[in-house]
Design a binder for this molecule. Sequence first.
Ligand SMILES: Cc1cc2nc3c(=O)[nH]c(=O)nc-3n(C[C@H](O)[C@H](O)[C@H](O)COP(=O)(O)OP(=O)(O)OC[C@H]3O[C@@H](n4cnc5c(N)ncnc54)[C@H](O)[C@@H]3O)c2cc1C
Length: 445
Amino acid sequence: MKWVRPGHPEYDETRKLFNAMIDRHPAVIAQCGDPAGVAEALAYARTHGLDVAVRAGGHSVAGMSTNEGGLVVDVRPMKSITVDRDRQTVTVGAGVTWGEFDRATQEYGLAMTGGRASTTGVAGFTLGGGSGWLERAYGFACDNMLAVNLVTAAGERVTASAQENPELFWALHGGGGNFGVATDFTFRLHKLGPQVQAGLMLWPGAGAADLARSYREIMLTAPDAVGTALIYLTAPPEPFVPVELVGQLAVGLAFVHAGDPADGAEHAAPFRALGPAVDLVGEMNYADFQCMVDAPPDLYNYWSADYHDELTDDAVDVIVDSAKNLPGPHSQQLLVRWGGAVAGPAAAETPLTNRGAGWVSHPVGLEETREGGQQAKAWVKRFRGDIAPHATGGVWLNFVGDEGQDRVRAAFGEENYSRLAQVKREFDPENVFRGNQNIHPAVTV
Ligand SMILES: Cc1cc2nc3c(=O)[nH]c(=O)nc-3n(C[C@H](O)[C@H](O)[C@H](O)COP(=O)(O)OP(=O)(O)OC[C@H]3O[C@@H](n4cnc5c(N)ncnc54)[C@H](O)[C@@H]3O)c2cc1C
């Protein structure tokens, strides 16, 4: 167990989160290598009356994995990864990132839905549900969870699975870090890779609206094995980008097929027929694809998301108008097709209510300065206002910042929220784990 306090040579590096907008100074960061360390850290916080935050990959855009003047339980030292090839399962420590997870499981030709950015933590991502490229085939990350070990606010170790503490297990499918500190996860894996059909395509921004309509038509009949997003971005100065596109609005496609690469080529063909200026889709290593769209660190982030049952032409126009005003060279407007296993039978087994939506619009504001970050925030908020008449009003918390208690309730609906509040009451009655997308403990049984 390592305690990192202000003045420690690693303090600034250790307290840093992915989002540069968050600049908080905890009194102590407890780097925990095992469940006993977590229990010790929680006891220390209790004794000294410190607020508690829990940190894994540090990718909470809202900064919900740190605090000002409190204690951070940092689970990053828990890095074990054990693959059981015969059972097709993996058990990972809570400090593992998706890049580490994908590389280790791909050694055995196994995979499951993971982060779209390889630096995201398995822990926060999965506890929030976990939406990734393979979700239409395999469901959210949480749907593949077989067991979670936690340390509760009282310092007790509990296992949650379908057999043990099943109500807690249900709550962990999207209820976030409300119920304890997860120390390891066991997941079911699927045979995939190492080679898959995947990659990126890029078109000039002039066809922005037509491309969104074509994307819609293609994805409405694409098989569940096809995972994609349409990404409005400023074409970066990369060697593979034609020089006349650099710095201009462009439309990207991220594509991955969960299956035989030859079949995947067939499903990439309709996109190819739209004549991309850049075509990097082909047979490639799945773990390499998984870090292909990693966002750079040290930027000022503000994000949100909305959901759409149907993607009307009017909604497309709002998305394209917003994309034409991307703040700075790094911001992106994403359009993601859901459906398939996102809305499959597993959906009803989780507290998340919003899984039936067909489409996600996801403005990702990324800027290089704090002032720029405020402009990115204003851009995201403007888009949310404009898209509201075309959206379901649903929320999914992994894609949003700190947008208040109403949004937390909307992510679960009143019935599931009440059920989650009962679980919270049982495992964290004093709301020790409150620096998160918070579920308040139920007052009565
Ligand atoms: C670049 C980027 C890309 C992303 N892409 C996606 C995506 O494709 N799909 C998606 O679903 N989300 C995505 N997200 C959102 C991300 O999944 C969530 O922010 C997630 O919570 C991050 O997990 P983490 O472990 O990295 O974060 P942290 O900031 O460490 O933690 C986030 C939250 O989880 C809690 N938590 C973390 N570890 C534990 C633990 N061991 N026990 C209990 N609670 C814990 C924290 O307290 C905090 O509330 C992305 C975020 C970024 C910045």
